[in-house]
Design a protein around this ligand. Structure first.
Ligand SMILES: [Zn+2]
Length: 116
């Protein structure tokens, strides 16, 4: 039996927009995207484990990009309107299918945990 595995497959996830920007490469002004790039260990060409993560702002037209540090990425993300909804959506998923009483209870428990 032989196993086909590899390193270096990359996936890009657009997590927000950073506003209008003129691109130096394609000379098109458009709304640049805030992107998380993950590099994967693959097995049979299927991404299994992400082992590297990097951050970019990217031209949606030609996909050229600037690399960002995590701090820069976080500050960009704070400014984007799209990303503002992300924590709220995560919360919505977590509390899905629960009654309001249960949700309030869970939130109170989380609050208590934070104070300890
Ligand atoms: Zn471009």
């Amino acid at each position: 039996m032989f196993v086909i595995w590899g390193w270096g497959k990359q996936t890009r996830k657009v997590v927000g927009k950073v506003g209008n920007r003129m691109c130096n490469y394609c000379n098109v002004e458009s709304i640049w995207q805030l992107v998380i790039v993950r590099t994967w260990f693959t097995l049979f060409f299927i991404p299994i484990i992400p082992y590297a993560k990097s951050y970019q702002i990217s031209c949606p037209n030609c996909k050229s990009f600037f690399a960002l540090s995590k701090e820069q990425f976080e500050s960009f993300r704070d400014q984007t309107t799209d990303a503002a909804g992300v924590p709220a959506m995560a919360d919505a998923g977590k509390y899905q299918g629960k009654t309001e009483t249960q949700v309030n209870y869970l939130k109170a428990m989380e609050e208590a945990e934070r104070k300890e």
